[in-house]
Write a protein that binds this ligand. Structure first.
Ligand code: ZN
Length: 600
């Protein structure tokens, strides 16, 4: 047995996934909320029997390895090593792929770069500029250590020399980490020079990039430069502080989202240490998924300006089903860094006084428009109707409708009417609710026949072992149309009696295993099965008949089509006439089978 196979055998997918997301038993599988898309009712299934998972909302599917790759961002080798360690399997013959090898090298380069910058800042004499700057901003030694801050020297190739000449990494690998810039003549330079360095880590604490801050306010360069997108660094997934403050975030089940690295550091120093910064101002679906692993509530620190309002609206469309969202409004207009530094208590109080995103949007709209005029009222309603109309909790929605009606001094039922009007899309064209890019892809609608065929096999694979044998010959009369089902049935028919499902399942080729797994975890079927309670065999017979009838009807349809074609011919050859008679006979016989089946 290969080592991969060995680890696979020793691993239970239910355990691997169950450690990370909440799973509940449902029929023969376990289900939970999908970690790969936003949803309210669980459509993520994990099967013990097949050792696979599948989301019926977004379509994600795979085994324990691919789950770790997708969820934890591990490479295959990392996932293998992780699972081998857990299972106590010693890996000796497994060779990582060249891609995994390279991935590991790039991580090592970034790790060394972080150590290098950190060393210069904390130990080296030329790091004095960085130390003085941090001291002035009130950053403590504890924060410098926790966030592994660093300093890049004002030299063109200090880091390259260290990584290439001293640590012997190839220039090609160093380039791939984004730490260098290649000049017109093909020479490589350090990307970060004379800057304060913030290592950017992924959720597993591995350094994947950097943000470098200019220390000289009068310089004409960009205040911040960040690593470019690389195979390891993806801006849309980046939450500064997430891995460093993870324990605290998890403990409080709450996370504060701010804009900059210094906001995070100063806030943590003011003992508000469940805080992260997003790179750039827009919350992404990746951020939401990451946050939702550790927290149930997210607090945004925002101004009451257009940027804040737009960010909030976007956040609502992304995360309203996954996270409870609130807003921290800083009345003085200071940013969290400044407030936390100058009056830490005020910052803590502002956090405690957070308001819901809906209250925030109402307050912002009232501030931006004149609620006392008819025009102002209309503008406010136009702005808020989509937001309030999209709320999924009726009682909560009612609270804000009342609140808005009172603020506008209009009747509540009129506000409700406007929201309804918006929902029905009768608005004068300005508001256009768009489908967000993050909605799961709709599942393809199956024909009635396909659905019945799938359900029939679902019942078969959920039947008691004792009742299986008489069912097998009944399958013989059917021709399955849904792709993959007929080969599956052929294998069942060919299997030795008495049929051992476990054994048949194990020997199936992987595509049929996947098909069978998806079918046996289909949430609609599982739900139906739950309601049968002892009437499983009746359901089997009924479905068998239904499938058969669908099949006969399809055949009749085809024959009728051919007959119509013959009818349309001006002249029939003797062969045509023979065919016509044959078809008519066939149709009569099919009709008889159909009525016999219905009567039975
Ligand atoms: Zn999903």
């Amino acid at each position: 047995m290969s080592q991969v196979q060995q680890v696979k055998e020793a691993t239970d997918i239910v355990h691997v996934i169950g450690e990370r997301i909440q799973l509940n038993r449902s029929g023969s599988s376990l289900r939970g909320l999908c970690p790969f898309h936003s949803e309210k009712s669980p459509s993520f299934f994990v099967s013990e029997q097949f050792q696979r998972y599948k989301c019926f909302g977004c379509g994600e599917t795979g085994d324990a390895f691919s789950f770790l790759e997708k969820y934890e961002g591990m490479t295959f080798s990392e996932a293998l090593k992780h699972l081998a360690d857990k299972a106590g399997v010693k890996l000796d013959s497994y060779k990582p792929s060249p891609e995994d090898d390279r991935h590991q090298r790039l991580l090592t380069i970034l790790h060394f770069a972080k150590e290098y910058f950190h060393f210069v800042l904390t130990k080296h004499e030329s790091g004095e500029a960085g130390r003085a700057y941090l001291k002035e901003r009130g950053v403590t030694a504890e924060s410098i250590r926790l966030f592994q801050l660093g300093y890049s020297l004002p030299s063109w190739d200090g880091l390259i020399a260290y990584l290439h000449k001293k640590k012997k990494f190839s220039l090609e690998d160093i380039r791939a980490t984004g730490l260098t810039v290649t000049g017109k003549q093909g020479r490589d330079y350090d990307r970060f020079r004379h800057r304060l360095m913030f290592p950017l880590t992924n959720h597993r604490g591995q350094v994947v990039g950097f943000s470098g801050r200019l220390m000289d306010a009068s310089a004409k360069e960009a205040k911040y430069i960040n690593s470019p997108e690389t195979e390891l660094y993806h801006k849309s997934e980046m939450l500064f502080g997430f891995s460093e403050l993870y324990q605290e975030i998890r403990k409080k089940k709450e996370v504060i989202v701010v804009e900059g690295e210094f906001d995070v550091i100063s806030s943590a120093q003011a003992h508000v240490n469940n805080v992260v910064a997003i790179k750039g101002s827009a919350l992404t679906n990746e951020h939401v998924q990451l946050i939702a692993r550790a927290a149930q509530r997210v607090l945004f620190s925002l101004d009451m300006d257009d940027a804040g309002v737009n960010a909030t609206k976007r956040a609502i469309t992304l995360a309203k089903d996954k996270l409870d969202m609130r807003v921290i409004v800083i009345a003085s207009g200071k940013d969290p860094d400044e407030l936390a530094r100058t009056s830490p208590k005020e910052w803590r109080d502002a956090v405690k006084a957070s308001i819901t995103v809906y209250e925030y949007l109402i307050q912002a709209a009232l501030k931006q428009h004149t609620a006392s005029t008819a025009d102002g009222k209309r503008e406010i309603i136009d702005e808020l109707a989509p937001v309030l109309g999209g709320m999924s909790h009726a009682v909560e929605q009612d609270v804000y409708i009342k609140r808005l009606a009172a603020a506008l001094e209009v009747r509540e039922d009129l506000v409700r009417q406007d929201i309804e009007r918006f929902k029905q899309g009768k608005q004068r064209g300005t508001i256009n609710p768009k489908k967000t890019a993050d909605s799961p892809t709709p599942v393809v609608k199956l024909s009635r026949r396909s659905k019945l065929e799938r359900f029939l096999l679902f019942l078969f694979f959920h039947a008691d072992q004792a009742t299986l044998s008489p069912k097998v010959p009944q399958l013989q009369q059917l021709h399955f149309q849904f792709p993959g089902l007929q080969p599956l049935v052929n294998l069942l028919l060919a299997a030795k009696a008495p049929l051992n499902l476990q054994q048949v399942t194990k020997q199936l080729p992987s595509d049929l295993q996947q098909l069978l797994f998806e079918l046996s975890a289909d949430p609609e079927f599982v739900q139906t099965l739950d309601t049968l309670e002892g009437r499983e065999d009746d359901e089997w017979q009924r479905t068998l008949t239904d499938v058969f009838q669908e099949q006969v009807r399809a055949e009749m349809k085809e024959i009728n089509l051919e007959l119509t074609k013959l009818d349309q011919q001006l002249e029939l050859s003797p062969a045509d006439e023979g065919r016509q008679a044959e078809l008519l006979e066939k149709i009569v016989s099919l009709r008889n089978t159909l009525s016999a089946k219905t009567a039975a």
